[in-house]
Each structure stands twice: as structure tokens, then as C-alpha cells.
Design a protein around this ligand. Structure first.
Ligand SMILES: Nc1ncnc2c1ncn2[C@@H]1O[C@H](COP(=O)(O)OP(=O)(O)O)[C@@H](O)[C@H]1O
Ligand SMILES: [Mg+2]
Length: 1107
């Protein structure tokens, strides 16, 4: 299976050719066209063998996603389309699995995408290598070192908004499992001149702008800085802002990164203080001051800035001030102090700023290294990533370009060496004969620069050390002398007259023919820059700072360690570090990424042929292809090769059972490829010419088409056959089902026919049986009928005989009876007529009476005396009896009713009877009283404490206690009184107090008068001359008049044995003291409702209106 997956995507769906080695024909035009074609199709990566050419797309392409990382992970280099990830994966796996240290060399000119490429490599490796908390922290620290170094070491230039102004080589260290352990960073030659001066359209290092934009007010104040860029002389103003760059946000990123990398807070603080000091140094200005002895002297214009710097750095102000005005030269134990003129002072200031900054930068690198250093001592594998400034050709090229180009020259040299070495090693490894390859070796140019005696750098050092006046011109002169004959050196003044007439070459310049092209250098500044002089007074002043970081940056300022020897020059330092680097690289397996810039405008989609052509030339890419193709252009392991081309030969298609190499051999023989065109290595097949490969590819394509047709054919046949078989199978199934169905039908039919026939037969049989049975039955019935008839006849005959007999008997009886009757009638005729009528009448009457009484017995009404029902009379002649019977029944039931009474009830009924006798049909008030029980004591005197006195006064039994109205004799108005009747007395008492007003013995009551009407007025007449009669009779009114009068009557009767006179009349006289007043009852109006009103009409008349 794994084998099947091997595909050479490099050859599939190719845009142009993915590997320049396969380019045919090979020349500059085809090379550029191929790159351009691929670039236009967003293919920014192209291979030259194992070298990756990367063209800066200047826009983000979706080819760096985690999915892409997965796609390229653990895949063969040529398996997928060219990508920087393929190279990273190859390098990483080779490091992990084959234990080979790797280095990734990224070259190209400024803005070509080197730094981005290095970051891509690092992020790829970080993504694919081991995981875990510790490992992730290491990865994070390694990745976060980038933003810190970029902030301090990158700047916006005309070529690149984020141009690295230093070279960087980073070793990432891994353990045996391929997990990162840590790293080491080396930095090369920071472009420190940028600190004090920037070319037009460029900026100082990012960090200055980041601090001023991003730091809080508080922090700025601490650093004694102001936010305004224009306040600082060192900040070029024309392009302080870069499009699409947020300095403030980047500042936060940097601080965060510093924290992750492991900077302590106080360290970060110190770093920013140094940055602030550098910025402020630029603001120190000098003015000339003449002295008597004629020597020029300078003076600081405004000491405020100086003061602040000193505060910031903890340097004594006077010390620093002096260091800016004097220069002490020490020679042979002698100290000579000279004053500095204004120009020298400025020089000193800038030198200090530059030194301070570049040393700070180096310190940062050291500090980062301390953090990311591998913690263990185990053996490590190393992957180095070199991101170094590319070859530079400007209009004015100076010392920096010279140094940079020298570095690139060295890299080219190592590239050639390593590529050839690698190529050769592979040939040896594969057992293929090594054929010598012609190529340009730039060792001669390197020698021109670095030769220890006659090299340009050596001569520059010599010049710098030489006593006497040394200028750039003397240096050029020296060059002219020594290098004149060198093939790659050109100068106007050289002894060699070749260039005497070359007007393109000014006098103060020399030209070197680098491997990548000719570059003309201006000698001006070479000596100074090489010397990189910082007056000792300044370094000593710095050493005296109390700021520990600054002090540490200037160890040579320590007077105890005075070293009279000159410090190494910039050139020799660089040469040494390049040599170390080269040595380092040589021990490692190189991987190349060659970056190309498609245009000068930092714009996407523009491919400037001329510009690209230039880069291709100086990067020596064609050379590269040629070297690669010198022996065999293409090589491939046997397995993938066989897998790819096996369809071209009958023996190998579709499966080759033997070893892959034998298969490839068979294949190539079969295809009749000329023998000089290929060679069999140990594990790979080597193909000399790309043409052969393309021929194979063409054949393969053709064969694939044929195979496709074949497959299609077979597939179609298979499909048809399958379809046919399916249909056939279906047909059988359908037919069998149909047959079954038909048979079923037929069977059903036969079955039903059989049933019908059967049923007919059965029916016929049954009918036959039925017929027989019926016949039998009929026979039986007939016999029965005959028998019945016979019996009937017999019976009827007998009946007739019996009837005849009975009739005769009856007739005999009748005749006998008639005869007897006749005899009796003849005998009794004489008695019958006189008595029969009366007897019948009496009998009938008796019967009716009997019936009447029996009926009455059932119709008797209830025993209630008040029930008025009585059955209707049935016969008129019983009318009187019926009435009498009703009366007797009523009397009887009343008696029965009375018989139930207790003594109490009897008394009440007696009383009621008395009342009835007294008032029935006499007084209109009476009927209403019949239903009311006589209560007597309406007022419960004994229970009401208010009447205690009254109760005590009356010791007899109280018969009546009731409230009555006493009518005032004077005006007829009524007053409430308590009326009490006892056995012997009638009492009237005050209703409120209970005081007795009058007391009359019953014997003194003579009469009671009242109207016949429906009112309660009554008068109590007293015996004339009695004690109570003094005030006259009482005229009272009460609702219970009937009861009171009755009780009064009965009590009087029982006490005095005399009947009390009760007068019922609508007009009666009442004695009021001496006068007699007539009380008259009239039919009054309904004005006062139902209450009778009493009015005194005159002295003699009191009128009571009764409604
Ligand atoms: N692979 C890439 N994809 C997208 N943009 C890129 C890529 N490589 C480079 N760039 C763009 O080009 C600019 C310059 O790249 P950089 O790596 O800084 O150049 P160099 O380091 O070679 O000077 C980057 O800031 C980025 O905008
Ligand atoms: Mg860069």
C-alpha cells in the first residue's frame, strides 16, 4: 500500500517545471520564464535539486496553514509540489532519523523574504517536533526571540519595511527524539551607523518608534522621554510612520516576548533606559569656543539634555561633560590630553551612541542565549538557520556593503563546495563513477578579500595601524599597489593600465568582480569604520555609570584593565566571525533557500524580468543547475521509479515480484533507452539527460491513456456482463415466481371445481336421503293422522254419547225441578204474594247500609279536630245519618284530643275557652288572639336586675307582667308602665326605675271597658271611694288586651268569687278624678298606619281613632 502512495507530484500537474534540473533547454531565458510562469500561478517555490528557490509573493498565500504542515509532514522531498515545508521536513527528518546536524542557509537580497523564510522554517519545525509542556515552553522561547531581535535589529529601508540590519545565525538544538532543547543565536555586524543617521525614506531601528508610540505616559516620564518623534535628532522624520505597521501594538508584543523569553522586569527597564539614553544623546549639541592658545574647543549648548542622560544612566555629569571635550591619548606611560573641536565632539557623541546601541544589541543576544540555552548536557543534534543579509549593490557602496558582500562570497564558496561535495558523496554512495564537473570557483575572490597578507581586509588593518597620517586615499593607493594584477580587482589608479580609460570608474573607488557581479566601492569611510573608534575617555565615563547594564557594556573603561593594545578592527572581527561560521556550517548538512525579489515596489503580482535576471546571475543559480546536471540530471530511488513507470513494460505491469532494481533494469532494457543515458546506483537510478526523463514521462502519459482506454473497455464489458447476468438472474427469479403463481391459480381452480362437483354429489345424495326421510316421515304422519282421525272419531262418538247422556240427565233434572217447582208453587202460591215485596225491600236496604258502612270505614278523615274533611254522601236517603255521623265523629275525636292534655295544657285551654266565651264575636281584636299562646309574664322581672326592687316589693306570684301604655288623662298621650297582676292586686310601675306607681287590690276593680273594635285600649274602673280610686280610673292600651282581660277576669273570679264586669262598647265613661270623661272610638284615617291614635277633644271627650 505504502508503495502505491509514492507519487512524484513534482512531475504531475506541473506548472512549468518544478525542478530546474529538468529544464530543457537550459538557459537564462528559459530559467526566468519558468520562474515567471510558476510565479504567475502562485507557485513561489521551485527546486534546483534539493535547493529551494523562493520568490517573495509580497502577499499572504494560503500555503502555510496547519493543514499544509500536515500534508508535508513525513513525506518525501519530491513527493509534493515544491515548498519550503518540504525542505524543512527533509532537514528535520534527516536530523532526527539519520542523526545529521543540519543547517539551513537562506540567502537573497534585502526584501527577498529571508527572514520570513527563516521564520517559516522555525514554525514548521516547531509544529512537527515533539509536544509537551516543557517542549512547548522551549519552542515558545525560541520563537519569541524573533520579535525582540527584530525590534532592536530591524528597520524600515527603501527595500523592505522590516529589513534585518544584522546577520543572524541560530542553532536550534534537539535531543535524540527530535524534541527541541534550546538554542544559540549568533549575530553579525549590526548596521550601527543607522542609529545616528538614516538614508532618505528610511527609519531608525523600530524600537525607538515603538517606545515613543507604545509606552505609557508614566513610563515615558520615567525614561525622561517625550512622545513627539520630532523632538529627537536621531529619528529621521520623513518616514517616521510606516504603512500597515502599528508601532504601539508592536511595543506590547515586544515587551510580552521579552517576558516570555525570560527577561526580568528590571532588565527590561534597564534596556529601555539605554535606548532612551541613546535617543537623548542625539540631542546634545555643541558650539565652538576659541581658546587663547589657539586651540579649538567645543562646549555643550544646552546642558539640560546632558543632565537628564546623566540622571538616567547614573553618570557624574562633569565626567561625561569632560569626556565630550577632551581626548586622552596614552602612549608609553604618558598621558596626553587634547581638546576636541566641535566636529570631533559630534564624532565622539555619535560614536558613543552607536557603540552604546550596538553593544546593547549584542548584550540582548547574549541575554537571550542565556535563556534559550539547552538545560541538559545530553548529546544534541543541531539545526542551524542562517538569515544573513544578501549581496548588496548600491549606487554608493561603502565599507558595510564590502563586508556583506564578502560574507556572501564566502557563503557562495561553501555552497559550491558543499553542493559538489554532496553530489560527489552521492555518486560514491551509489557506486557511480565520478565525472569531473567544470564550475566557477570563487575561492580566488575570497582570497582577494581575506588573504592574510595581500587581502583587502589585511591591508585595511595595516593602514589603520600604521603611524602617520592615514586616510581613505592612502588606503586606496595601497590597494592599487598590491592588488593591481588581481583578475577580479579593478581600479582607475592601479598600475595595471587596463582601467585607465574606464570613465565609469571614479578615482576614489575600486571595483571587485564578485561571483555575482561587479561592485564598485567608495573608499571614503573605510578607515574610520574599520577603526570603529570610541575615545577611551568616553568608555571610561560609561564604565563609571552607576547603571549596571551600561557599566557592563563598557568593560574596557575599567582603568584597572587598561589595555594599550588596540581593539580588533571591525574588519578583522567580522572576518574572524565569518571564518567561525563557515567552519560551523561545513560540519553540517546544508539546505539552501535562495530568496528572490520579484520587484522593487514591494508589490504583489509584479515580476520584473530584469531584476530577477540580475539576482539569478549573482546567486549563480544557473551555475547551480549546471553543477547539479553535470553528471546525471535526475535521480530517483528504484521503488518510486518502478512504481511510476512499471506500466511501460509487460513484465513489470501490473506487478513486479522481484527487487525494484531488477524491475527498473528490465523496464529500461525493454524501452531500449541508450545505455549512456542512465546508470544504476545502489538505491537510485541516475538519468543523465532530462530529455530521457521527459521521454519516459511522455511514454507514461501515452501508456496511461491506453491503460485508461483498456480499463474503460474492461470496465464497460464488466459492467455489461454484470448487467446481463443480473438481468438473467432476475428473469429466472421472475419466471419462477410467475410459474408458482400460475400453478397456484390452476390448483385453486381444480380445487374449487372438485369442491363444486363434490358438493353437487353430496347435495344429490343428501336430497336423496332427504326424500327418503321425508317419505318415511310422511308415512309416519299419515299413520298418525289416520290414527288421530280414528281416535277423534272414537272420541267424538264417545263425547256425543256422553253429551247425549248428560243432556238426558239435565233434562231429567230440569224436568224434575220444573216438576218440583210446579209442585211447590202449586203448594205455596197462596203465601208468596203478601210477604215477598217487603222482605226483598228490607234485604236490599240492609245490603245498602252494610255497603255504606263498610265504605265509610275506609274513607274516615284524620283525627285532627280541625280537619274539615268528610266523605261525600252516597245515597240521599242517608243524608241525616251522614250528618249525624259526622257530628258524632267530630265530638269523639275532640274528646280523644282533649284526653291527651296535661293539667297545664288544660289550664291554658280553659283560659282560651274563657276568652272565647268573653270576647268571641264581641271584640274585633279577638280572632287575632286565638293563635297566640297566653304567656302572662312577658317581662322577666326576676331575671332583669333593673327590676330587683320591684321584684322584692311584690312577693306574690306574678300572673301578668307586661309593658302597657297609660293614656294621660289630660292630653291623651301615652306613657309606658309595667302592668303587674298578682293573685290579689293590680300594680302599675315605672318602666325605667321599676318604682310602683299604683297598687289596686282586686276587690277594688269594678269593671273593665273596651271597644268592640280592633284596638288595645281598655279602661280599669275602680270602686268609688276606695283608696286607689283617688286619682281616677286607668285608661290603658296593650297588644295583649284579650289575654289581660281574661286573666283579670279569672283571677278576680277565683279571689273574690265575683264575676268582673266586662263592658264592650264603642263609647264608655271613665272617671278622671272628679270628672267623667267619655271615651269614644271612631273609624279613623290610616294616617298613622295601623296604630290607633288618642286625642282629647274637650273636657268631656277623648276620641280614639281606630284604623
Ligand atoms: N513567503 C512570504 N509570503 C508573504 N510575504 C512575504 C513572504 N516572504 C516575504 N514576504 C514579504 O516581504 C517582506 C520582506 O521579507 P523579509 O523576509 O523581511 O526580507 P529579507 O529578510 O530578505 O530582507 C516581508 O515583510 C513580507 O511582507
Ligand atoms: Mg531580513
Amino acid at each position: 500500500m505504502a508503495k502505491m502512495e509514492v507519487k512524484t507530484s513534482l512531475l504531475d500537474d506541473m506548472i512549468g517545471v518544478g525542478d530546474m534540473v529538468l529544464l530543457e533547454p537550459l538557459n537564462e531565458d528559459s530559467f526566468i520564464n519558468n520562474l515567471k510562469k510558476r510565479f504567475d500561478h502562485n507557485e513561489v517555490y521551485t527546486y534546483i535539486g534539493s535547493v529551494v528557490i523562493s520568490i517573495n509573493p509580497y502577499r499572504s498565500l494560503p500555503i502555510y496553514t496547519p493543514e499544509k504542515v500536515e500534508e508535508y509532514r513525513n513525506r518525501n522531498f519530491y513527493e509534493l509540489s515544491p515548498h519550503i515545508f518540504a525542505l524543512s521536513d527533509e532537514a528535520y527528518r534527516s536530523l532526527r532519523d539519520q542523526d545529521k546536524d543540519q543547517c539551513i542557509l537562506i540567502t537573497g537580497e534585502s526584501g527577498a523574504g529571508k527572514t520570513e523564510a527563516s521564520k517559516l522554517v522555525m514554525s514548521y519545525v516547531a509544529a512537527v517536533c515533539g509536544k509537551g509542556a516543557e517542549v512547548n515552553q522551549v519552542k515558545e522561547q525560541l520563537l519569541q526571540s524573533n520579535p525582540v531581535l527584530e525590534a532592536f535589529g530591524n528597520a524600515k529601508t527603501v527595500r523592505n519595511d522590516n529589513s534585518s540590519r544584522f546577520g543572524k545565525y541560530m542553532d536550534i538544538e534537539f535531543d535524540f527524539k527530535g524534541d527541541p532543547l534550546g538554542g544559540v543565536i549568533s549575530n553579525y555586524l549590526l548596521e550601527k551607523s543607522r542609529v545616528v543617521k538614516q538614508p532618505r525614506g528610511e527609519r531608525n531601528f523600530h524600537i525607538f518608534y515603538q517606545i515613543l508610540s507604545g509606552a505609557s505616559e508614566d513610563f515615558l516620564c520615567k525614561l525622561k522621554l517625550e512622545r513627539d518623534f520630532s523632538r529627537y535628532n536621531y529619528l529621521g522624520l520623513d518616514s517616521a510612520k510606516v504603512n500597515g505597521v502599528d508601532d504601539a501594538a508592536n511595543f506590547r508584543t515586544v515587551r510580552n516576548a521579552m517576558q516570555i523569553v525570560g527577561f526580568m522586569d528590571h532588565e527590561t527597564q534597564s534596556v529601555f533606559e539605554v535606548v532612551a539614553a541613546v535617543l537623548k544623546l542625539g540631542n546634545i549639541e555643541f558650539k565652538p569656543e576659541s581658546r587663547v592658545n589657539g586651540l579649538d574647543e567645543s562646549k555643550i549648548k544646552d546642558k539640560n539634555e546632558l543632565k537628564e542622560i546623566c540622571e538616567l544612566t547614573g553618570i557624574d555629569q562633569s565626567v561625561l561633560e569632560r569626556a565630550f571635550s577632551f581626548r586622552t591619548v596614552e602612549a608609553k606611560q604618558e598621558k596626553v590630553s587634547t581638546t576636541l573641536n566641535v566636529a570631533q565632539a559630534y564624532y565622539a557623541r555619535d560614536a558613543l551612541a552607536k557603540n552604546l546601541y550596538s553593544r546593547l544589541f549584542s548584550w540582548l543576544v547574549t541575554r537571550i542565549n542565556e535563556s534559550i540555552k539547552a538545560q541538559t548536557k545530553v548529546r544534541k543534534k543541531v539545526m542551524g538557520v542562517l538569515d544573513i543579509y544578501g549581496f548588496e549593490i548600491f549606487e554608493d557602496n561603502s565599507f558595510e556593503q564590502f563586508i556583506i558582500n564578502y560574507c556572501n562570497e564566502k557563503l557562495q564558496q561553501i555552497f559550491i563546495e558543499l553542493t559538489l561535495k554532496e553530489e560527489q558523496e552521492e555518486y560514491i554512495r551509489e557506486g557511480i563513477e565520478w565525472t569531473h564537473i567544470e564550475y566557477f570557483n570563487n575561492a580566488i575572490i575570497c582570497d582577494l578579500i581575506e588573504n592574510n597578507q595581500t587581502g583587502i581586509l589585511a591591508m585595511l588593518d595595516e593602514e589603520c595601524l600604521r603611524p602617520g597620517t592615514v586616510t581613505d586615499d592612502t588606503f586606496l593607493e595601497k590597494l592599487n599597489q598590491v592588488c593591481a594584477t588581481h583578475q577580479h580587482f579593478e581600479s582607475r589608479m592601479s598600475k595595471c593600465s587596463r582601467f585607465l580609460n574606464d570613465t565609469s570608474l571614479p578615482h576614489s573607488c575600486f571595483r571587485i568582480q564578485h561571483y555575482a557581479g561587479k561592485v564598485m566601492y567608495q573608499v571614503e569611510g573605510f578607515v574610520d569604520k574599520n577603526n570603529d573608534l570610541l575615545y577611551r575617555d568616553l568608555s571610561q565615563a560609561m564604565w563609571k555609570a552607576s547603571h549596571s547594564l551600561i557599566k557592563a557594556l563598557f568593560p574596557e573603561g575599567n582603568p584597572a584593565k587598561i589595555n594599550l593594545k588596540r581593539p580588533p578592527t571591525a574588519g578583522s572581527q567580522f572576518k574572524a566571525s565569518v571564518a567561525t561560521l563557515m567552519k560551523n556550517l561545513q560540519t553540517k548538512n546544508p539546505n539552501y533557500i535562495r530568496c528572490i525579489k520579484p520587484n522593487d515596489k514591494k508589490a504583489a503580482h509584479i515580476f520584473n524580468d530584469a531584476l530577477v535576471c540580475h539576482q539569478i546571475r549573482y546567486l549563480g543559480l544557473l551555475e547551480n543547475v549546471r553543477v547539479r546536471r553535470a553528471g546525471y540530471a535526475f535521480r530517483q530511488a528504484y521503488e518510486p521509479c518502478l512504481e511510476r513507470y512499471k506500466m511501460l513494460c509487460k513484465q513489470t505491469w501490473p506487478h513486479w515480484r522481484g527487487p525494484a532494481r531488477a524491475g527498473v533494469e528490465v523496464l529500461f532494457n525493454e524501452l531500449e533507452i541508450p545505455e549512456e543515458e542512465f546508470s544504476f546506483g545502489r538505491s537510485k537510478i541516475f538519468i543523465r539527460n532530462p530529455r530521457t526523463l521527459f521521454k519516459l514521462e511522455d511514454l507514461r502519459k501515452q501508456r496511461l491513456e491506453d491503460l485508461a482506454t483498456l480499463i474503460e473497455k474492461i470496465y464497460r464489458g464488466w459492467k455489461c456482463r454484470t448487467r446481463f447476468l443480473l438481468m438473467k438472474k432476475s428473469q429466472i427469479v421472475i419466471a419462477s415466481w410467475y410459474r408458482r403463481y400460475a400453478q397456484q391459480k390452476k390448483y385453486q381452480k381444480i380445487k374449487s371445481s372438485a369442491i363444486i362437483v363434490q358438493s353437487y354429489i353430496r347435495g344429490w345424495k343428501a336430497r336423496k336421503l332427504l326424500r327418503e326421510l321425508k317419505h318415511q316421515k310422511r308415512c309416519n304422519e299419515a299413520a298418525t293422522v289416520i290414527a288421530a282421525y280414528w281416535h277423534g272419531t272414537q272420541a267424538r262418538r264417545e263425547l256425543k254419547r256422553l253429551k247425549e247422556e248428560a243432556r238426558r240427565k239435565h233434562a231429567v233434572a230440569v224436568i224434575w225441578a220444573y216438576w218440583l217447582g210446579l209442585k211447590v208453587r202449586r203448594e205455596y202460591r197462596k203465601f208468596f204474594r203478601a210477604n215477598a215485596g217487603r222482605k226483598i225491600y228490607e234485604f236490599t236496604l240492609q245490603r245498602l247500609m252494610q255497603k255504606y258502612f263498610l265504605e265509610m270505614k275506609n274513607k274516615m278523615p284524620s283525627l285532627s279536630p280541625i280537619d274539615k274533611n268528610w266523605p261525600a254522601r252516597p245515597y240521599l236517603f242517608l243524608d241525616s245519618t251522614h250528618k249525624e255521623l259526622k257530628r258524632i265523629f267530630h265530638l269523639w275525636r275532640c274528646k280523644k284530643y282533649r284526653g291527651q292534655f296535661t293539667d297545664q295544657q288544660k289550664l291554658i285551654y280553659e283560659e282560651k275557652l274563657e276568652a272565647s266565651e268573653l270576647f268571641k264575636d264581641k271584640k274585633a281584636l279577638y280572632p287575632a288572639s286565638v293563635g297566640q299562646p297566653f304567656q302572662g309574664a312577658y317581662l322577666e322581672i326576676s331575671k332583669n336586675p333593673k327590676y330587683k326592687k320591684l321584684k322584692d316589693a311584690v312577693d306574690e306570684k306574678i300572673i301578668i307582667a307586661e309593658v302597657v301604655n297609660k293614656i294621660n288623662r289630660a292630653n291623651g298621650k301615652a306613657t309606658s308602665r309595667i302592668f303587674l297582676l298578682t293573685k290579689n292586686n293590680v300594680l302599675l310601675a315605672d318602666q325605667k326605675s321599676g318604682n310602683i306607681k299604683s297598687e289596686v287590690p282586686l276587690g277594688d276593680v269594678t269593671k273593665v271597658s273596651m271597644s268592640s273594635q280592633n284596638d288595645g285600649f281598655f279602661a280599669v274602673h275602680l270602686k268609688e271611694g276606695s283608696e286607689a280610686a283617688g286619682k281616677g280610673d286607668f285608661l290603658l292600651s296593650s297588644d295583649h288586651l284579650i289575654e289581660m282581660a281574661t286573666k283579670l277576669y279569672r283571677t278576680t273570679l277565683s279571689q273574690t268569687k265575683q264575676k268582673l264586669n266586662i263592658e264592650i262598647s264603642d263609647e264608655f265613661l271613665v272617671q278622671f278624678r272628679q270628672d267623667k270623661v267619655c271615651v269614644k272610638f271612631i273609624q279613623g284615617s290610616q294616617k298613622n298606619g295601623n296604630i290607633p291614635t288618642c286625642k282629647r277633644k274637650n273636657n268631656r271627650l277623648l276620641e280614639v281613632a281606630v284604623p
